[in-house]
Each structure stands twice: as structure tokens, then as C-alpha cells.
Write a protein that binds this ligand. Structure first.
Ligand SMILES: [Zn+2]
Length: 164
């Protein structure tokens, strides 16, 4: 980094980028090359690609905000998975203890309701964090960031390697 030059955080567009940059992994120029062998049916396909990590300047406050959102997302996923397991367990238990109880019909509805309520909570929590930290852009907007956009426009894709 050049001393004396303070880059601005891309996410809030106000504070100096004094945090760890946000990393965007991209890959492109995927090439499939067939290498015929002795037997035609044994030809192998070789996949090669290039990758690049784009560093998006970020301030320490936006970094903190994004970590908080990450924690909220993680918490939601854990609770949703636990909820689904509890539902399946509850159903099996209800079936054994009281086959005629209404629990069997109610629990999927209750679980689904909680999953939706949780999702609304997650959405509002993220919005509140974004507002609290004065962010004008989110990590989901990084495709618009200069170098990332340039590569995506050139046919590159997000992620470290091509799928499959
Ligand atoms: Zn910032």
C-alpha cells in the first residue's frame, strides 16, 4: 500500500478503508481440452481456468457490520436445521406415544411458521445493521465493484473454480 494515500471504503463510501479488504474470488477463461489416448473411449477432458482475487477496500466498521450479519445468518441456519430435526423427532415421538394426537399435523406448520418468522427477523436484522453502520452497498453488490465487474463482463464467474 502506498503511504499517504487513503482509499475510501467501497461499502459506506465515506470512511477511509482502514479494515481488511473484502475478498471476491473469481474464475474465468475456462478451457476444456480433450486428450485422446490409445483407446478413443478413454480420452480424458482436462479443465483449466484462471482465477483472481479482487480486493474491495473496506473500513473497519463495515468489516464489523458484515461480520455481525454473518453471525446472524449462521445463527439462523443453525436454528432452522435444529428446528427441522426437532420436527422430525417430534413427529416420530408423537407417532409412538400418541398416534392420534394433532401434533403430527401441527408440527410441520409450526416449524414452517418459525422458519419464516426467523427469515423475516434475519432480513430486518441485516437491514438494521446496514443502516446502523451507514453502508450504501452490501456484499451482494460486489459484482458492481470496478475490477470484479470488469472480469464478470469479460465472462468470468464468481467462485474459485468452475462447477463440476
Ligand atoms: Zn465502510
Amino acid at each position: 500500500m502506498t503511504e499517504g494515500v487513503t482509499e475510501r471504503c467501497w461499502f459506506c463510501d465515506t470512511r477511509p478503508a482502514d479494515g481488511d479488504p473484502y475478498e471476491v474470488h473469481l474464475h474465468g477463461e475456462v478451457q476444456r481440452t480433450s486428450e485422446p489416448r490409445v483407446h478413443a473411449y478413454m480420452s480424458t477432458t482436462r479443465l483449466t481456468w484462471r482465477k483472481e482475487t479482487v480486493l474491495v477496500p473496506r473500513c473497519s466498521l463495515c468489516e464489523k457490520a458484515q461480520q455481525r450479519i454473518g453471525v446472524a445468518v449462521g445463527l439462523y441456519i443453525v436454528l432452522a436445521v435444529v428446528g427441522l430435526f426437532a420436527m422430525v423427532g417430534g413427529l416420530a415421538l408423537a407417532d409412538r406415544l400418541a398416534p392420534d394426537s394433532p401434533w403430527g399435523a401441527l408440527s410441520p406448520i409450526l416449524t414452517l411458521g418459525l422458519v419464516i418468522v426467523g427469515f423475516v427477523w434475519l432480513h430486518r436484522r441485516s437491514k438494521a445493521i446496514v443502516r446502523e453502520f451507514g453502508m450504501v452497498r452490501d456484499t451482494s453488490d460486489v459484482a458492481q465493484y470496478g475490477r470484479a465487474k470488469q472480469l464478470l463482463d469479460a465472462g468470468w464467474a464468481l467462485g474459485e473454480e468452475p462447477p463440476g
